[in-house]
Design a protein around this ligand. Structure first.
Ligand code: SIN
Length: 526
């Protein structure tokens, strides 16, 4: 058993931001499922949005853009905090040594600010197209070098530990040693990120299996906005996939590429975005994703093309070195070739319901970043607001969590998850069930849904979930159990919301219905 003042579960931007703040108030333990740094943060390309250019931009413009993208479901208070405190947090990040690309002039504070979809102004700070890596390095280095937290890598949470309704810790599996250990703390902050792996096609890393959301829900936490999964318009479709052989992980082609002028073409070579939105390629993500999906259906293809022809070879190589190199390794020279792209699950607007201080309905339990949902992104997140969210609300959750000063009673706790029939699944079963969930979610709970597809999805997910009346004993079992739970919750919420809004598009209810549905759906676990 291990004990600390604050236990943080997840080592992306929200977890690291929380660790830095929590360490000012007491001891911190930080658990990461993979190696430290193996996070969605590390994969982020585009950048971090902040209105640091006080002449051309303002926090008010950033607020307006965020609210507009959120399609009526943003919480204004949360958005104000995001855009206002975000500027300060980003400045601190720069002081800590984050190296964002600089401009040749002093405009924009001397930074080369990029433009992305649905932003009125250039406000995206970036480090080439490896912004997440730069931020992860900066924060990770600070946490490690200043010894701010005891870091346990390769450790996956199984279930939260409750005592008289209060969260006092976590039972976790050490993946390398195959041992289970209890981590007790005065407060627990979940920062486990998203759940893109619920879908067959996703830009998310393998670790994104919705673990924190599932654990919190099983413990009785409320979750909200579960129907809102964001599909990024442009993930690279690989040659193998073009031949329909296998679904490989999708490499993201940053929205910033369209921000610099790249255009979308269907397989007949026709530009199409103007047909769907006057903002063309820079319309909000939900609109661009649905437009691409529609073009793919109409042309009976599994991709469209992204053309960088207008950008010029030098600019491409300088501004997008990672994308250039990765595509080259996969056989495409993007200074000449168009990139085959299609939408893929990218970000989750829903999650554990919190207030603006990361508080959940369970005393002692906090959440921040992609696994949390407080209405900051509404029904559709604005590009490059996710890193900002993790930075701002990770800090706030840690500050609030540090106000808990009494220690839990050791050895107390509800270990309900260890009860069950203790059946184990074979490796083949696990892989098969994972694939069933992922294909089912892609087909039935994807960019377009309807009552019929959602009912079908729920039936399939329930069949898989039935296999989990036992304590998982391996990482794969823990993940499968969590994937099944979150997939069920997404399907149920998508079925309940009988309208279309933001990233949630119902073929049988294609219009928004403010009168009945301009509200959040909340589900209480337990
Ligand atoms: C991108 O670079 O397009 C992704 C950034 C984001 O998801 O906000």
């Amino acid at each position: 058993m291990q004990q600390s003042d604050t236990l943080i579960v997840g080592g992306g931007i929200a977890g690291l931001s929380a660790a830095m703040e929590a360490a000012k108030h007491g001891s911190v333990t930080l658990l990461t499922k993979g190696k430290i740094g193996e996070t969605a943060t590390e994969k982020a390309q585009g950048g971090i949005a902040a209105a640091i250019d006080e002449i051309q931009d303002s926090t008010e413009f950033h607020f307006e853009d965020t609210i507009a993208a959120g399609a009526g479901l943003c919480d204004e208070k949360a958005v104000r905090i995001l855009v206002n405190e975000g500027v300060q947090r980003v400045k601190e990040l720069i002081e800590m040594g984050a190296r964002f690309d600089r401009a040749e002039t002093e405009a924009g504070g001397g930074f080369a600010l990029a433009l992305e979809g649905a932003h009125k102004r250039r406000r995206i700070l970036h480090a080439g197209d490896a912004t997440g890596e730069e931020i992860q390095r900066t924060l990770g280095w600070r946490v490690v070098s200043d010894n701010l937290a005891e870091i346990r890598q390769h450790t996956i949470g199984i279930d939260l530990i409750l005592d008289n309704g209060r969260c006092i810790g976590l039972k976790a599996l050490n993946i390398k040693q195959n041992t289970v250990e209890d981590f007790l703390a005065r407060s627990v902050i979940i920062t486990t990120g998203g759940l893109g792996q619920t879908y067959l096609y996703t830009t998310n890393p393998e670790v994104a299996t919705g673990d924190g959301i599932a654990m919190a829900y099983r413990a009785g936490a409320e979750v909200t906005d579960m129907e809102f999964v964001q599909f990024h318009p442009t993930s690279m479709v690989q040659f193998e996939e073009l031949k329909d052989i296998i679904a490989l992980p999708r490499f993201l082609i940053s929205e910033a590429v369209r921000g610099e002028g790249a255009t979308l073409l269907n397989i007949k070579g026709e530009r199409f975005m103007q047909k769907y939105d006057t903002q063309g390629e820079l319309a909000p993500r939900d609109i661009v994703s649905r437009a691409i999906f529609n073009e793919m259906k109409q042309t009976n293809a599994n991709h469209v093309f992204l053309s960088l022809a207008k950008l010029g070879a030098d600019r491409i190589k300088k501004r997008f070195p990672v994308i250039y190199k990765t595509c080259l390794e996969r056989g495409l020279d993007i200074t000449k070739d168009n990139i085959p792209v299609a939408p893929a699950a990218h970000y989750f607007m829903g999650g554990i319901r919190t207030d603006v201080d990361g508080k959940t309905n369970i005393p002692g339990l906090y959440a921040a970043g992609e696994c949390a949902s407080l209405g900051v992104h509404g029904a559709n997140r604005l590009a490059s607001n996710s890193l900002l969210d993790g930075l701002v609300f990770g800090y706030r959750a840690a500050r609030a969590a540090s106000s808990i000063i009494d220690y839990p009673h050791l050895n107390a706790g509800n270990r309900a998850s260890s009860q069950g029939n203790n059946l184990k699944l074979s490796e083949t079963d696990i892989q098969r069930f994972k694939l069933i969930i992922k294909s089912n979610m892609w087909k039935n709970v994807g960019i377009e849904r309807s009552a019929a597809t959602l009912k079908q999805a729920m039936k399939m997910v329930n069949e898989v979930a039935k296999r989990f009346d036992h304590m998982p004993t391996t990482k794969e079992e823990v993940e499968l159990r969590n994937l099944a739970l979150v997939a069920g919750l997404i399907s149920r919420a998508a079925l309940d919301r009988e309208e279309s809004r933001g990233a949630h598009f119902r073929l049988d209810f294609p219009k928004s219905d403010d009168k009945n549905w301009k509200r959040h759906l909340v589900y209480k676990g337990g």
